[in-house]
Design a protein around this ligand. Sequence first.
Ligand SMILES: *[C@@H]1O[C@H](CO)[C@@H](O)[C@H](O)[C@H]1NC(C)=O
Ligand SMILES: *[C@@H]1O[C@H](CO)[C@@H](O)[C@H](O)[C@H]1NC(C)=O
Ligand SMILES: *[C@@H]1O[C@H](CO)[C@@H](O)[C@H](O)[C@H]1NC(C)=O
Ligand SMILES: [Zn+2]
Length: 559
Amino acid sequence: MPSAAPAAQRRWCQLSGPTLLSLGVCFLFNIWLLAPTKSDHLKHHHHHSAPDAGKWARCPEQPKPLHPAMAWNMTEEEKKTSIDRFARAVQIPTQSYDDNGEPNEDPRWKPFFDFQTYLKDTFPLAHEKGNVEYINTLGILNTFRGSDPSLKPLVLMSHYDVVPAPESTFDRWTYPPFSGHNDGRDIWGRGASDDKTLLVAQWEAITHLLESGWEPRRTVILSHGFDEEEVSARRGQGQIAPLLEERYGKDGIFMLVDEGSGTTEDWYGGAFALPGMGEKGYLDIRISVGTPGGHSSVPPTQTGIGIMSDIVIAMEANPFETKLTPESPYLTSLMCAAEHAPSFPSKYAKLLRHPRDWPKLASLLSSSSASEKAMISTTQAVDVISGGVKVNALPELVTALVNYRIDFSESINSTQRHVERVLRKEAKKMGLDFYGFSQDRGKSGKYVAVEIFGPALEPAPRSPMEGEAWELFAGTVRAVFNDKHGKPMTVAPSASTGNTDCKMYYNLTKNIYRFMGSPASLDRASGIHTVNERASIEGHYSVVRWIHALVQNVDASLA
Ligand SMILES: *[C@@H]1O[C@H](CO)[C@@H](O)[C@H](O)[C@H]1NC(C)=O
Ligand SMILES: *[C@@H]1O[C@H](CO)[C@@H](O)[C@H](O)[C@H]1NC(C)=O
Ligand SMILES: *[C@@H]1O[C@H](CO)[C@@H](O)[C@H](O)[C@H]1NC(C)=O
Ligand SMILES: [Zn+2]
């Protein structure tokens, strides 16, 4: 049944999409299998593999559930308060636009100041006990200083900007996008799932701990950016992260937990928590085709637009290889499914057993859905094309912008090399000069040129799936989330095809877990980055419970 896995994953993705990420990409998770991992098999595997990559080609040890000192069984009253706080956060239209000016100048930032006021009014105790700073005016940093300065801080991150809800789409929303409407099951509105359920849960959980008399031994930091939906995040976490590095030093943070996936009750029949423990890289390029202009009454056989068309066709005809490598968290996911999911296809399990069969499995998976293919290859999307100014003049310059999401085992460099190979060959075929990425000399005549456009990101380092941080993280997940028989869920490393604000923190810690603890079974919404975004009320309680437990457990540890 080769299609079983993909179908299950697609379903999972649809279910969980709304709890997820930026950039509109469903965070796809996947399969994990029973894998006899023989490191000697791995040696022959893949020339890009890091020397120790083989250690990722297995499902990690599942730590014992780690129960926090204080459980929080919310009363009806507390639930009501919690949902009211959440709905009010959604009602503040913190839309961030790509062309926003500086925080103190552009009036479109006004709702962000309203959001800061909302936090002050709603969580006074957390403001009193913590040290709240506004970084670059709108970044929010709240530090609860621990009594033991030798313990590295825990950072809880989330962003409070939301993707704009254009007025032209308002009539397609069942409830207005900033209504925070409560239909008894979900809170509706832009930003409900991305990312205000998490942000509010973090403040609620800390507040509840403070009310119970908790005093942190380990410093806890709430860190909120306001331009997560932009690739560069230059104004928000782009300013906060360097400040934290100044304060705490390189590798000065113990653990960072940010938005990401949640749990699923049914992935190949198994119950899994799927933290994002990797993140694809990012690259945009601009391709230019230059040709002599002139009157269009005496055109060449092919204009610059025709040439660009051939180039785009050639690029799409030469996609990146799909592959399962030890660097890919997707492979780890599959290993866990093989080991822990009752209905994982035995065909997949068999292919997983030997690295030599991984290409076969990769091609089975990639033919089943675009979302799975995105987990096991560098993706390419030609997103913008422009050229020509007038219908009676030949276009002198035609450009295309192409977006890449870089595979876990690739790099910015290897992506550039692939692009150059395809373009060089095509240019040669058409008799054009070719200027690669590093050849920025004067261009003239008929040419094809390529350059990097905007910020680029290498794939994220893998988060550890062994050691103290993993045991604390996964042990807490297993204490909070059970399957339907009451047994702890399997924690299966997964990854994101989009990028989060975590990208700014690689200097600060390797212990980065992208997980917000909302159950997929409760996420009926499909509206992330589109109309009808909403987040489940029960799911919100679950996020609160998760953060409440995590803060205690990390605080109790001397790691
Ligand atoms: C939580 O509280 C509810 C209602 O107060 C109660 O019915 C339930 O048994 C409690 N659960 C636990 C685990 O204490
Ligand atoms: C990029 O890759 C090429 C070929 O694989 C290699 O020769 C070159 O040194 C690499 N450059 C960098 C900066 O890593
Ligand atoms: C990480 O550290 C390197 C080397 O010190 C520095 O160049 C880079 O800007 C830092 N990254 C971030 C996101 O601060
Ligand atoms: Zn987000």
